[in-house]
Design a binder for this molecule. Structure first.
Ligand code: HEM
Length: 519
């Protein structure tokens, strides 16, 4: 047919389809740049000082390719940017937004800015498609932050014995096979995640729900479901997202998870309301119920906010604890006897309480050093600029831009920490012993310009004191009641996984445990 030069109807249909495809591709690309709410251009044109770019430029290679590049090489890109511009700023296309990565020298001028100028919650919600993933729950009110900052911290002292009891039970369940004098093997990540989820749940929703396997699955699984939906939507055109969303398997799983949470928490709220004026429970769900105003009083809202708090707390705390265990295992010979002595002496003198846990300076130092080297992520202090900000060096940050700080690099900079690549377990204890003024600084839960894993300022993590208490309780039990080692000839901790801006501990590493003989 082609030989005749006369197009057949099939050729015409094919050509029309091709033209349509090309045209719609062009239109899609133009509107992508013009309209995509999820792609904020560098917006540095009006800046008197332009901000250099590190990594692939999405204008040159396309947004999807630039994002994919950060997904694979994010850690190296931030490292490269830090080495070049550690005292100023650089722009990088991350796997979600384009971000201005700022030097920590700006943290003090930014840390106290109000939510309507520089917003943590807007950044978190928009980076993860809050209106689709339900993360926008954090923008609707501050309740989740307020209860952590106030009631959770004020009640930490009375929670310590409860957390200790729950942790002992959780460990004995998960390491039941290790309850002998023979070495038995357990997957570290799974064991710790399970224990942390159970103890966190005891503090959040009380007994007996904290031991219910269906609840634990919901509390742990919600995080993965939120990130899966966010990941599935990221590279889709914003106009197409509502339609694509409807057919996502990840959406179905997320919605089922939210329903599952509600199906357990709403009857619990009702049961508690029916029992009033009986002495109320002392847990986060109760404090939230008592503090809620207006729309936050809705049982649906309360349930969803509890799920958000599970997202904020469980994987973050358990990953930190897993890193510490790997380090403890690697440095066991030098460190475990020292820590065991500190723990047993302090408990013998003062019993187990928040005050006595806070006296264990070596334990605190070990955890902080482990977190310094194994940061939760390459970036912290993630915020969205809501109103224009001019930095002290004259750089203007326009509304709509996203900022972050390269916290993992800051923590490994020799200008901040001597021999930063060396694991020095008592580094922070030594810093605290220099003078009375330093004694209360350099703690695991302290934030500072050089220590940003919990963020800093007005919106620094309000759950960090709880996380510190829980991780220490886990370690106190494991160090005093168990012996542990890597299997076979393994001497060193497993390598971390670097993906996107996340730095994660191995999830497959096993350790051998056995009960210590009572001395
Ligand atoms: C080792 C464990 C944890 C790490 C590394 C961590 C890290 C963070 C970071 C980096 C932020 C943002 C702060 C900023 O940018 O200034 C944050 C916010 C937050 N974290 Fe944590 N966190 C941990 C544990 C917890 C726990 C146990 C809870 C709850 C009990 C919690 C509740 C929150 C909440 C509610 C927010 C802020 C959300 C808002 O303001 O609406 N976190 N966390």
């Amino acid at each position: 047919m082609r030989q005749t030069g006369i197009p057949s109807p099939l050729d015409e249909i094919f050509s029309a389809a091709l033209i349509f495809a090309v045209l719609s591709g062009i239109i899609a690309n133009i509107s992508y740049w013009a309209l995509d709410k999820n792609s904020v251009p560098a917006k540095t044109e009006n800046n008197p000082i332009s901000i250099p770019r590190v990594g692939k430029d999405p204008n040159a290679i396309g947004m999807a390719a630039a994002r994919a590049d950060f997904l694979r090489n994010g850690y190296q890109l931030i490292r490269e940017g830090y080495q070049k511009y550690k005292n100023s700023a650089f722009v990088v296309q991350t796997a979600d937004m384009e971000r201005v990565i700022l030097s920590n020298r700006f943290v003090n001028e930014l840390r106290s800015l109000p939510e309507d100028v520089l917003s943590l919650r807007k950044a978190m919600s928009e980076r993860h498609f809050g209106s689709y993933t339900t993360l926008n729950i954090i923008q609707l009110s501050h309740l989740q932050n307020d209860v952590c900052r106030h009631q959770l911290q004020q009640n930490l002292g009375s929670l310590v014995p409860v957390m200790y009891e729950e942790m002992k039970y959780a460990i004995s369940q998960r390491l039941a096979q290790c309850d002998t004098q023979d070495w038995q093997t357990a997957n570290v990540y799974k064991t710790v995640l399970g224990c942390v989820a159970q103890v966190t749940s005891r503090a959040f929703v009380g007994f007996p729900l904290c031991r219910d396997p269906k609840w634990l699955e919901t509390a742990v699984g919600y995080t993965g479901d939120v990130f899966a939906v966010s990941q599935d939507l990221r590279d889709k055109h914003w106009l197409a997202r509502p339609f694509i969303y409807m057919f996502l398997q990840s959406r179905k799983r997320l919605q089922a998870r939210i329903q599952s949470g509600r199906s357990m928490l709403i009857p619990l709220l009702q049961e508690r309301a029916d029992k009033l004026p009986e002495k109320p429970q002392s847990d986060l769900l109760q404090w939230m119920t008592e503090s809620a105003q207006g729309a936050d009083k809705s049982p649906y809202r309360l349930s969803d906010k509890i799920l958000f708090l599970c997202l904020a707390s469980i994987h973050t705390s358990s990953s930190t604890a897993v890193h510490v265990l790997y380090d403890l295992c690697q440095y066991a010979e030098d460190c475990v006897p020292v820590l065991r002595e500190e723990i047993t002496r302090t408990i013998a003198e003062d019993g187990l309480s928040l005050a006595s846990i806070n006296k264990m300076k070596k334990l605190d130092s070990f955890i902080k050093e482990s977190q310094r080297i194994n940061h939760p992520g390459t970036l912290a202090f993630n915020r969205k600029v809501v109103k224009p900000i001019t930095l002290s060096n004259g750089v203007r940050l326009p509304p709509g831009s996203f900022i972050s700080m390269p916290s993992a690099e800051i923590a490994r900079d020799p200008a901040n920490y001597a021999n930063p690549e060396e694991f020095q377990p008592w580094r922070f204890e030594q810093k605290r012993s220099v003078s009375p003024a330093e004694a209360n600084k350099h703690q695991f839960a302290s934030t500072s310009v050089d220590s940003l894993p919990f963020g800093m300022g007005k919106f620094a993590c309000p759950g960090r004191f709880f996380a510190a208490g829980m991780i220490k309780i886990l370690l106190i039990i494991l160090i005093t009641e168990y012996e542990f080692q890597f299997p076979g000839d393994q001497k060193e901790r497993p390598a971390n996984t670097y993906l996107d801006e996340r730095i994660a501990p191995s999830t497959t590493q096993e350790m051998q445990f056995r009960r210590r003989l009572r001395q």
